[in-house]
Structures are given as C-alpha cells and as structure tokens.
Design a protein around this ligand. Structure first.
Ligand SMILES: [Zn+2]
Length: 65
C-alpha cells in the first residue's frame, strides 16, 4: 500500500484518464524507435491533502539495458 509523501495517509487508487483515454508512460529515447518501452500508469490520491502520486505499473520497462 502506498502512503502520502506529505501526511503519511494511505492513498486511494484512482483512474488517470486524458480525454477519456488511459494515459501511457513511454520511455524517452534518442532516435527513432518503432515502439519504445511503455507502461500503464496507476494514480493514487491522498484523501487528506489531495496529493496525487503516479506509479508505473511496469517499472522494468525503464531500466537501462
Ligand atoms: Zn496527503
């Protein structure tokens, strides 16, 4: 379970959408790649202060090879 960085409250999972679409996190790379590594993003909201924290569901996609 994630906790708020500010007030140490347990965070509530929320859906992150942009215009009705889910948001994807894409690895930043130099040059042109057919399909850069991607990950879904999970959003968590602190019910106390409203802080939103984002987490990549597949953090391994961003490790340098
Ligand atoms: Zn908080």
């Amino acid at each position: 379970m994630y906790k708020c960085d500010r007030c140490d409250q347990p965070l509530t999972k929320a859906n992150l959408r942009a215009g009705g679409f889910y948001v994807l996190l894409e690895k930043s790379q130099k040059g042109v790649f057919a399909s850069p590594p991607q990950s879904d993003v999970s959003a968590y909201v602190c019910p106390s202060c409203g802080r939103v924290q984002l987490y990549a569901d597949s953090p391994e996609a961003f490790r340098s090879s």
